[in-house]
Unconditional design. Structure first.
Length: 564
């Protein structure tokens, strides 16, 4: 993972790490980690954390861990683990042999729970979950102690072992830390450490019927792995005192936690809980739907790992929440695809063109540039024949003043080919729809230039009807119509902001034959139309393309307007 842009400037996190190295706080070591919960798919907000944690480990010649905090067997699946590993590798992170699971530490966590019980710092509570919430009180008033808070150490040890042995029903007992029911921080009001869940775990099977909570597991897992800098988003700031309390009571390695602002992007929802609703309500086809902000969805749409890393580098690290415009993300993508995507010609809404004075049966092979940004990409041959397809939108029978494309009696240039002039229009007798254009060509203009120096105002893309291949094209737009989809008035549903036109499917498009053997994830610029990616739904009989992003760069316009 190349993160040179991020390393060229110092944010507040890197400033802290520089000072830690200067003072030899961790013996000069830097060990970071990315600790996802395997209960959903990763999204671009997680990409920010991955790029940060892995990038810092690279910059400081440190070590990077990937750890799955798998503490809830009710929601976790191996499918999510596998997808996360694939996504993180695709982004460019490499953890080597440092792949861990919180479930690897269950035995140790259990022993630490026993220690806290023996030290009088934990107790078994029989209150229901609703009662625990009620007893906890409100943020502006103290809670009240559980009637089971002062059980003896011996009784707590006995009950906790019986919990482990499966003698009690789910919800009948929990193990809680004994801290302070009057604490201003709600997380410190005797939080639950263990609960009974008679559910098989995706890694430990049926070994356990009690499982540690995330808050009891997370900090100790960092400690076991000797993480030096625990980099996490701001929602964990209120949890830090609890993590510190556990570490201090146990007397173990104390990782330094540093919080940064989570990523928010306009026209996107970056909440796993909310995204589950989008998927389960069938607003999209699944977690990898190209409209989703998931890494797998972005990859399927045609995003490159380089563009996402560049985006994460540009937005930097902040201490307070902010929102980034989606136009910047799309700008990073265009910049990257402009350098790497070959140009091809494709017609999405075909209109037949017959060149009347072109010889019947003749085919020419014309030279076309693959990528003007990359000379090493070379050229390719595109066939030209008597019958072509152009875009329906590139012709108007009665054009307005500023329409410079093809019209009756008007001459235009065909990309890499000839000047053509429209001499007749053929319509469907019943509907009046234009179904064919009759044109002539100037054989002296091969390559797109006229020897007599005459000029035309438009160059249009096209494909040879005889040689083109059919394809389906999916035009994706933003999933939400509101820049802040969750900003709704009382009584309104944020899901009402779903864009009903976020997907348009065009069938029987025509693509130049050089793409016949294109494979899923191959990316191209369809000239004048945008950047497109071959979808996994493609078959040997039919290619399917996803529009990755349009050519129009709104970010450049935004930046220009701000400078005025």
């Amino acid at each position: 993972m190349d993160d040179t842009k991020a390393s060229s400037s110092k944010d507040f996190i890197r400033t802290i790490i520089d000072e830690d190295i200067r003072t030899n706080k961790w013996g000069g070591k830097v060990v970071t980690r990315f600790p996802p919960e395997p209960n959903a798919y990763l999204h671009i907000g997680h990409a920010k954390s991955i790029c940060l944690n892995y990038g810092i480990s690279q910059e400081y010649n440190g070590v990077f861990h990937l750890r799955f905090d798998d503490t809830n067997p009710c929601k976790e699946e191996e499918e999510f683990v596998e997808s996360m590993i694939e996504d993180i590798r695709w982004l460019g992170a490499d953890w080597g042999d440092n792949l861990f699971y919180a479930s690897d530490y269950y035995d140790q966590l259990y022993e630490w729970a026993i220690k806290l019980i023996k030290d009088g710092k934990a107790y078994v509570c029989d209150l229901t979950s609703d009662q625990i919430s009620e007893y906890r009180g409100k943020w502006n008033e103290p809670g009240k102690e559980s009637p089971y808070r002062n059980r003896s150490v011996e009784e707590n040890l006995d009950l906790f072992e019986r919990m482990k042995n499966g003698e009690f029903d789910e919800g009948s007992h929990v193990l809680r830390a004994k801290i302070d029911m009057a604490a201003s921080n709600m997380n410190m009001r005797d939080p639950v450490m263990y609960r009974i869940l008679k559910v098989s775990h995706h890694r430990t099977g049926d070994k356990w019927c009690i499982y540690p909570t995330y808050d009891f597991t997370h900090g100790q897992s960092d400690s076991i792995e000797k993480i030096t800098h625990s980099l996490c988003t701001l929602e964990f700031e209120d949890h830090r005192p609890l993590y510190d309390w556990y570490i201090e009571q146990l007397g173990i390695h104390h990782t330094q936690q540093i919080e940064f602002a989570r990523l928010n992007i306009t026209y996107m929802v970056l909440s796993k809980r909310k995204l589950v609703q989008v998927v389960e309500n069938n607003y999209v086809s699944g977690w990898d739907d190209p409209r989703m902000p998931t890494i797998t969805g972005l990859r399927r749409r045609g995003y490159t790992p380089e563009s996402i890393r560049d985006f994460c580098s540009r937005i930097g690290m902040a201490k307070s929440d902010n929102t980034v415009e989606i136009e910047l993300l799309e700008h990073c993508l265009r910049e990257d695809l402009n350098k790497r995507a070959n140009r091809v010609m494709s017609v999405l809404k075909p209109l037949k063109v017959v060149i009347e004075n072109y010889p019947d049966g003749k085919t020419e092979e014309l030279d076309a540039i693959n990528n003007p940004e990359d000379e090493s990409a070379g050229t390719r041959k595109v066939p030209f024949s008597k019958v072509l397809y152009i875009e329906q939108d590139d012709f108007m029978e009665d054009p307005p003043k500023k329409f410079f494309r093809l019209a009756p009696g008007r001459e235009v240039r065909l990309r890499y080919a000839y000047f053509i002039k429209c001499v007749d229009v053929v319509k469907d007798e019943q509907t009046g729809e234009i179904i064919e254009l009759r044109c002539t060509y100037d054989p002296e203009t091969r390559g797109g230039n006229a020897p007599d120096g005459r000029k035309v105002k438009t160059t249009m893309h096209w494909v040879s009807a005889e040689h083109a291949i059919e394809a389906d094209v999916r035009l994706y737009d933003r999933l939400f119509t509101n820049a802040n989809p969750l900003d709704v008035d009382e009584g309104e549903n944020w899901l009402d902001n779903i864009n009903p036109d976020s997907l348009t499917v065009l069938e029987s498009c025509r693509i130049e034959p050089s793409l016949k053997n294109a494979k899923p994830q191959d990316r191209f610029q369809f000239e004048r139309l945008g950047y497109f990616c071959v979808d996994k739904d493609s078959t040997s009989d039919k290619l399917v393309f996803n529009r990755t992003v349009t050519l129009r760069d709104e970010w450049a316009k935004i930046q220009k307007s701000r400078k005025k």
